[in-house]
Design a protein around this ligand. Structure first.
Ligand code: PLP
Length: 360
C-alpha cells in the first residue's frame, strides 16, 4: 500500500452535475448549459449517421488508424505525429504518467484548467503557478513568463491557449520563442478551444522535440458524451505516451463519430460564424446593461457578478447553468459560454432580474 498519499484536490468542472440536479429536483434535460464550452448547435448530422454504422460487436482499433488518417489529412499533419485519446482529458493524464517523475518541477500558467495541476499532484510533482492579473484583464505577460522560465527552469510547462477560464490567448511567436529558448523543458500547449478563436495562433504545425499540442474534439464538434481528443508531437513523444495508455481507451463509436465530424468542415464553419456573431451581440448587450466582462478570444467569457456561487445557484433555480469560478479562486466571476440567441436572451433577462433584486 502507498503510505505517502498526498491530499488531492477534488476534480471540479463545469457541465451538468447530475447528483446536484437530482437533489434539487431539476430535470437535466430542462437545463440550458452555459457552463461547458460546447457548440450549441450540436454535432453535424453526419455524426449521427456514422454512429449507426459503428461496429460495436468487436474491439475497436487500438490505434484509431482511420481517424488518425482523417485528422492528418484535414489538419495537414504527419500521421506519425498524431495520437488519439479518450478526450483531451486522457491525453493530459498520459502526458503526466509518461513524462513526470516524483518531485519534478512543473509550471502552470494560471488561473487555468484544474486537471493540469491534479495530474501533476497524482505524480507527486512540485507545481508552481504563474498567475495572470485580474487588474490587467488576465492578459499573460510574455516577459514575466520568460523571466519565470529562466529562474525556475521547470521540466514541464502547461499552457492553455486560449486559456480556460479567462479566454485570453498567447501569440504563437511568443510560444515558439520559449520553445526554442528552453529546449530542456517540455511544453504542453492545450489548444482545446483554439478553433473557436477568430485569429488562430496555433502551434500545431511547429515540429519541435519539446512540444506536445493537445486538441479536444468534444467542444467545437459537440460530441462531449463520446469523449475524443488528439495529441500532436514528435514521433518519440507520441510513442512514449502510447506505452501508458489503457488498452482500447477510444471506443468504436467515438472513432467513427470523430472521423465524420472532422470531415464536415462546412457544417462547423457555418455554426462557428453564427456563434462568433452571437458572442459579440451577447457581450455588447451585457455591457449596455452595465455588466463587466473580461475580453475573450474564444466562445466563453468571464462576467463579474460579485458572488460567483450565489449567482450560479440563483440562475440554476431558473434552469440556467453557468460556471461558478470559485474553484479558480475567482469568486467574483462566473464563466459564460455563448449559446443560441434565444437562450442567451433568457440568460440576459435572468441576470438583470437577479441583479435588480440585489442577487437575492
Ligand atoms: C482546457 C481544457 N482542456 C481539456 C478539456 C477536456 O476536454 P475533453 O472533453 O476533450 O476531455 C477541457 C474541458 O473542459 C478544458 O477546458
Amino acid at each position: 500500500m502507498n503510505q505517502e498519499r498526498l491530499p488531492l484536490p477534488e476534480a471540479y468542472h463545469g457541465g451538468i452535475n447530475f447528483a446536484e440536479l437530482a437533489a434539487l429536483g431539476i430535470d437535466p434535460d430542462k437545463v440550458i448549459d452555459f457552463s461547458s464550452n460546447i457548440l450549441p448547435d450540436g454535432p453535424s448530422p453526419r455524426v449521427r449517421e456514422a454512429l449507426l454504422k459503428a461496429r460495436i460487436d468487436r474491439y475497436p482499433d487500438r490505434e484509431s488508424a482511420a481517424l488518425v488518417g482523417v485528422i492528418s489529412r484535414v489538419y495537414g499533419l504527419d500521421a506519425n505525429r498524431v495520437m488519439i485519446g479518450n478526450g483531451c482529458s486522457e491525453l493530459i493524464h498520459l502526458v503526466a504518467s509518461a513524462f513526470l517523475n516524483r518531485n519534478a518541477h512543473v509550471l502552470v500558467l494560471g488561473p487555468t484548467f484544474s486537471e493540469y495541476e491534479r495530474v501533476c499532484k497524482l505524480q507527486g510533482c512540485q507545481v508552481t503557478e504563474l498567475g495572470s492579473d485580474p487588474s490587467e484583464q488576465f492578459l499573460v505577460s510574455p516577459s514575466r513568463v520568460l523571466q519565470t522560465l529562466e529562474v525556475n527552469k521547470p521540466e514541464l510547462v502547461w499552457l492553455c491557449n486560449p486559456n480556460n477560464p479567462t479566454g485570453r490567448s498567447i501569440q504563437s511567436n511568443h510560444l515558439l520563442h520559449w520553445l526554442d529558448s528552453f529546449p530542456r523543458t517540455l511544453f504542453i500547449v492545450d489548444e482545446s478551444y483554439i478553433e473557436f478563436t477568430e485569429a488562430l495562433s496555433t502551434v500545431i504545425h511547429a515540429d519541435r522535440p519539446n512540444l506536445i499540442v493537445l486538441r479536444s474534439l468534444t467542444k467545437l464538434h459537440a460530441i462531449a458524451g463520446l469523449r475524443l481528443g488528439f495529441a500532436v508531437a514528435a514521433k518519440e513523444l507520441i510513442n512514449e505516451m502510447r506505452m501508458h495508455r489503457i488498452a482500447w481507451s477510444v471506443n468504436a463509436m467515438a472513432q467513427v463519430a470523430g472521423a465524420a465530424a472532422v470531415q464536415d468542415t462546412d457544417y462547423y464553419q457555418a455554426a462557428l460564424l453564427r456563434l462568433q456573431f452571437e458572442k459579440k451581440r451577447l457581450v455588447a448587450s451585457l455591457s449596455q446593461l452595465g455588466f463587466l466582462s473580461v475580453p475573450s478570444d474564444t466562445c466563453y467569457f468571464l462576467l463579474q457578478v460579485g458572488d460567483s456561487s450565489k449567482t450560479r445557484q440563483k440562475l440554476l433555480n431558473r434552469g440556467l447553468l453557468v460556471r461558478s469560478c470559485d474553484s479558480f479562486a475567482l469568486s467574483d466571476f462566473v464563466r459564460i459560454s455563448v449559446r443560441t440567441k434565444s437562450e442567451n436572451d433568457q440568460l440576459i433577462d435572468a441576470l438583470v432580474q437577479s441583479r435588480d433584486a440585489g442577487w437575492k
